[in-house]
Design a protein around this ligand. Structure first.
Ligand SMILES: [Fe+2]
Ligand SMILES: [Fe+2]
Length: 270
């Protein structure tokens, strides 16, 4: 057996430090074999370092996925520089693993991850807004429009990440020693994790920027993915969806600013 602990949306900022210190202490006492952060690690690159510094006390491997907040422009760094250089470099400086470009393996268990990006497949069809309108609408709904300045459209970037993830997943699936795969994403990938707030039109419009169901379809077709854990929506889910080889456990962390959350996954790896 192996013990994975997954947290997400730690959103490190000095004002929320103490709850994060407490959480890392709890995690340490549970002696994980691997710790995973599923994105929105911190508010700004300096705080990204601070969060990773907190995790330095854990003797196990630490796997890091970025979230949309991690690529918000800050400290003179643009989103592309953060994404391609500053965040992966900070991760390796702390001896952690940037899961966006490498898999992690322990015995027969593989971990494969991506930030994943919303491609508007999560948009609510019942509110009468066509999918194509969500690029322009974004500035009225999501702060990502204000604070992310890379040159990609959301759909182009989402496709880039999907293709990278699919290659890493294929590598694990082709490996005869791997029996089970845990997939980690920041943006959730299954419609079963839609949070319904029918009297809140802004929330319902915002669903376009919460999900990537294209990736969920790819995962449901996987022969080896047994668990998918995500963050981003700050709303807890723990359910199962049908996969090609049986049910897939789908979990979303219910962390919030100043109220961090984690989950323990004790899984076979022999
Ligand atoms: Fe978040
Ligand atoms: Fe997020």
């Amino acid at each position: 057996m192996i013990r994975l602990i997954v947290t997400s949306d730690t959103h490190y900022h000095p004002q929320w430090r103490q709850p994060l210190v407490d959480m890392v202490g709890q995690i340490a006492s549970l002696k994980p074999d691997c710790l995973i952060v599923a994105g929105d690690v911190a508010e700004g690159i300096d705080n990204f370092h601070e969060m990773l510094k907190l995790l330095d006390v854990l003797p196990c491997p630490r796997l890091i996925i970025a979230g949309n907040h991690d690529v918000w422009i800050n400290n003179g760094l643009d989103s592309l520089t953060l994404w391609q250089e500053a965040l992966p470099q900070a991760t390796s400086q702390h001896g952690a693993i940037w899961l966006e470009n490498s898999n992690w393996i322990s015995g027969s268990l593989g971990v494969c991850g991506t930030m994943s990006w919303y491609d508007y497949t999560g948009c609510n069809p019942n509110i009468g807004i066509p999918m194509e309108a969500y690029a322009d609408l974004k500035k009225t709904i999501s702060n990502d429009a204000r604070y992310i300045n890379w040159p990609f459209t959301d759909q182009v970037f989402a496709t880039q990440l999907e293709e990278g993830f699919a290659k890493r997943l294929d590598t694990l699936e082709a490996n005869p020693l791997i029996k089970h795969i845990v997939a980690i994403t920041h943006v959730p990938v299954f419609p079963e994790t839609i949070v319904k707030k029918q009297n809140d039109r802004v929330w319902e419009m915002g669903q376009a920027y919460f999900y990537n169901f294209t990736l969920g379809k790819r995962m449901a077709a996987s022969r080896k993915i047994s668990h998918v854990v995500s963050g981003h929506i700050h709303w807890k889910f723990d359910l199962q969806v049908a996969g090609v080889n049986g049910p897939i456990a789908v979990k979303v962390l219910g962390a919030h600013y100043g109220k961090p959350a984690f989950m323990v996954l004790d899984l076979p790896n022999d």
